[in-house]
Design a protein around this ligand. Structure first.
Ligand SMILES: [Zn+2]
Length: 421
């Protein structure tokens, strides 16, 4: 049994020899270190993929058919073991087009990493929208660029082209000349007419960054939940009238979303979780269902105030002059109602009357409602018998709140009490 311990240095069970024991501890420690290292690679949140895996944009690879982790390990290996590797010039292609060649694959990856890092901050993912590939190339050293130069080339924007229209040019001939579609020209030149004139400037191509960096960030934010409005019919109210029964209240929720950016500009929001903090309260509105009363005259009048009627001053001679109407006692703020259907021909201030409404009933009669505190109708309004037109007040020549009510027949004041029921 002793022999077994000596011949197998990885067996720690039955050792007596301290040298072997030490070696064993070393091996175990090394194992733990490796385990930690791989755990780190597995969970490293700062590690990011060079590969876009979503289906909604072109998949791009740094190297063909390698997983994210393999890429990363390969990358770390190149960084750590550069002395063990034979460096070969490596070209970066974007969407199939050669962009730049660098001294080594490591440099090429570093240049791409710098491009990603520009937008990477706070991202849970960063990759290229473009088809980015690395290719080992045979190229003279003079053609190779430094990482800084390569980054500049990768940042490089495709040139924008503006064209000065010449004699006999048409949009069609220009589109053929630059190999773009008519739609492209229309999109780049909003508001352009079909006829173009010599000397006019036309945008033909727009500058676009060579690389599009796709980043995704997790975002947690509060959002309002709008309330809904429900209506209830009320046959005690006229059509067109409405009354809020319950005020709507906006709710709120905590939203967790993945925001997707192209070169730092948000392009998509994918909500992954919503937590309602407070539910919205529906607004409830009562809507009148009673058909509107007619606004033409019925031929008889009702008192312009409701409740018990107290006439404080009658129609007739008063202090040597005609009191052209009757004064009906009321409290400030009480509604004043139209005595019959008709059209408002005046709603405003008139000397002596204070705030005054005049209604033409279209049958030769006009009624006056004076001393109001507030006017509700305006000139031109059609009103029905009993409609609220103003509020009682004490404006104009008056010693207390009341309604001064007049009836005029063909322009001449008559005693209202003859007509009131
Ligand atoms: Zn009066």
């Amino acid at each position: 049994m002793d022999n077994e311990g000596k011949s197998n240095p990885f067996s720690c069970g039955t050792m007596k020899n301290t040298a072997i024991k030490r070696r064993c501890i070393f091996v175990v420690a090394l194992g733990i270190l490796f385990a930690i290292a791989f755990k780190y690679i597995d969970n490293d949140k700062s590690a990011y993929s060079y590969v876009c895996v979503e289906n909604d944009y072109n998949t791009s690879y740094i190297t063909n058919a390698k997983s994210e982790k393999e890429n990363l390990i390969a990358y770390l290996n190149t960084v750590n073991n550069k002395n063990l590797r034979i460096e070969k010039p490596t070209a970066i292609t974007v969407d199939g087009l050669y962009v730049v060649a660098l001294r080594s694959k490591k440099d090429a990856l570093e240049a791409l990493k710098i491009m990603l890092d520009k937008y990477k901050r706070g991202s849970i993912k960063a990759c290229f929208k473009n088809d980015v590939r690395l290719m080992e190339v045979d190229t003279p050293t003079a053609n190779l660029k430094t990482i800084e130069e390569a980054v500049k080339d990768l940042e490089g924007k495709s040139r924008s082209v503006t064209y000065v229209v010449k004699d006999n040019d048409t949009l069609w001939s220009i589109s053929r000349k630059f190999n773009v579609t008519l739609n492209d020209i229309y999109n780049l030149n909003p508001g352009i007419s079909e006829r173009i004139y010599p000397g006019e400037l036309l945008k033909i191509k727009e500058s676009k960054p060579l690389l599009t960096v796709v980043t995704e960030k997790k975002s947690v934010y509060m959002e309002d939940i709008p309330y809904e409005t429900v209506t209830q019919k009320d046959d005690k109210m006229f059509i067109n009238d409405s009354k809020v029964l319950v005020r709507g209240k906006t709710g709120s929720k905590i939203v967790t979303a993945i925001l997707k950016y192209y070169n730092g500009e948000i392009v998509n929001k994918n909500v992954i979780n919503e937590n309602v903090v407070s539910e919205p309260v529906n607004e409830v509105i009562a809507v009148g269902d009673e058909p509107l009363p007619v606004t033409y005259a019925t031929g008889n009048f009702i008192y312009p105030v409701r409740g018990h009627i107290t006439i404080t001053s009658r129609y007739g001679q008063r202090w040597g002059r005609l009191h052209a109407g009757i004064d009906i006692a009321a409290s400030i703020g009480d509604p004043i109602y139209a005595a019959d259907g008709g059209t408002v021909i005046f709603s405003g201030w008139e000397s002596g009357y204070g705030y005054l409404v005049k209604i033409d009933h279209g049958n030769g009669y006009v009624t006056y409602y004076g001393h109001a505190s507030k006017l509700i109708v305006k000139k031109g309004d059609k009103v029905y018998k009993g409609q609220e037109i103003a509020l009682v007040g004490m404006t104009g020549n008056t010693t207390g709140p009341h309604v001064h009510f007049e009836v005029r027949k063909n322009g001449v004041p008559v005693n209202p009490q003859i007509y009131l029921k």
